[in-house]
Write a protein that binds this ligand. Structure first.
Ligand code: DX5
Ligand code: ZN
Length: 218
């Protein structure tokens, strides 16, 4: 499949959210990536349910919601009601991950699981067939604009092997420090979805940057 591009609204202008949401609507982007941070699982606080709802009122593409929060089971219903199409929880934040995934599916959403840079891919063995997406963090979660951790390449390759071996249909998403300098190699390694925040929104021409990430001229 052709890879997907999911701009992270964490780097949007929060005082112009409707404008930036329309920019993504009118661009080559495939999904909206929404980063929820609770100040506990990660050291930063981003935005919550009212902002997801507000973006959802204008968005004409799926909402890919990345929960960087402790014990996300407490909020799965709320994010569904806020308009999430795909809900990703962190393996490190879930005591009963299988139950969390089941609950996300029972609410009618796609379910993703995310791995921090220190969590090995083989930790997914018992859950890989249940999930629609695996999000490989290529920075330590919590902030936009950090430097890409190259070890992510090896994790993507291993994950692709695991997906093939297990017969899973999970997509591989990579998040953190993605730019046109590493995007082609990430897709070659097996990434299906590229998340990019600061590289898109801090660029002079965000729609053109999204187009570049989508077309990946080598
Ligand atoms: C980081 C978030 C990312 C972040 C990526 O914790 O999960 O989605 O927005 O930002 P960039 O692309 O700037 O690294
Ligand atoms: Zn994210």
């Amino acid at each position: 499949m052709k890879h997907l591009v999911a701009p992270s609204m964490l780097s949007a202008d929060f005082a112009n959210l409707q404008r930036d949401t329309e920019m993504v609507n009118n661009s080559d982007a495939d999904w909206f990536h929404l980063d929820i941070m609770d100040g506990m699982f990660v050291p930063n606080i981003s935005f919550g349910l009212p902002v997801v709802k507000a973006i959802g009122r204008h968005a004409r593409k799926p909402l890919d919601v990345h929960l960087m929060i402790e014990d996300p089971d407490r909020y799965l219903d709320d994010f569904h009601n806020a308009g999430a199409d795909l809900l990703t929880v962190h393996m490190e934040a879930c005591r009963h991950l299988h139950r969390s995934i089941q609950k996300i599916h029972s609410l009618g959403m796609k379910a993703g699981v995310s791995l921090n840079p220190h969590t090995p891919v083989n930790a997914l063995e018992a859950i890989i067939r249940e999930v629609d997406l695996v999000l490989i963090m290529s920075v330590n979660p919590g902030f936009g604009g950090q430097q890409f951790i190259p070890q992510a390449f090896e994790k993507i390759r291993r994950l692709q092997q695991l997906i093939r071996k297990s017969g899973s249909s999970a997509l591989i998403e990579v998040d953190g420090g993605v730019t046109t300098a590493n995007a082609s190699d990430l897709v070659d390694a097996g990434a299906n979805v590229l998340v990019a925040g600061s590289f898109v929104f801090k660029s002079d021409d965000p729609p053109a940057t999204i187009q570049n990430l989508k077309q990946l001229k080598k």
